[in-house]
Design a protein around this ligand. Structure first.
Ligand SMILES: [Zn+2]
Length: 159
């Protein structure tokens, strides 16, 4: 299986860390060297985590426990795979601010899928608040692939 890839970019006092690939038991080897080198303010971009299993959750929670002391941690553009875990594993977001998440949309007519982005100010977002997106293939109004009150459960608990 391909490993996760970590790319770091420094902008001002903030370190942007783009993590992509599958988050599973193999991620420990990739993540561990970053524990000591991360800056004080870290934004993890999680849009390209396309898969996460229970071992991956455990690896991430342990990683987070080690790095969050004396650091500000943020997540941005959380993928649907990540959001699914945020909703059931509260330690995934302990002492973390979620800046934005991807919302999976689906066309009711032709099943075309696409991702929308919601920013923290709008959490938790209800179906009625979602701005109308038109299917790029057939022009039908797109709908959330799953009910948004369930998708944003992690935000509702924290407010
Ligand atoms: Zn369509």
């Amino acid at each position: 299986m391909r490993p996760i890839i970590v790319n770091k970019t420094q902008k001002g006092d903030t370190e942007y860390v783009h993590v992509s690939g599958p988050l599973n038991e193999d991620a420990t080897v990739v993540l561990t060297p970053h524990k000591t080198t991360l800056g004080k303010k870290v934004v993890f971009n999680l849009r390209d985590i396309d898969y996460i299993n229970s071992s991956g959750v455990r690896v991430w929670v342990l990683f987070l426990r080690d790095i969050r002391k004396d650091r500000e941690i943020f997540y941005e553009e959380c993928s649907p795979a990540i959001v699914g875990q945020l909703n059931i594993v509260s330690s995934m977001i302990e002492h973390v601010q979620v800046l934005s998440v991807q919302i999976p949309l689906q066309c009711p007519a032709c099943r075309t899928e696409r991702l929308d982005l919601a920013h923290a100010g709008a959490f938790p977002l209800a179906n009625a608040q979602l701005k109308a997106e038109v299917c790029p293939r057939c022009g039908e109004k797109m709908e959330p692939a799953e009910p948004l009150d369930e998708y944003f459960e992690f935000a509702a608990i924290r407010i």
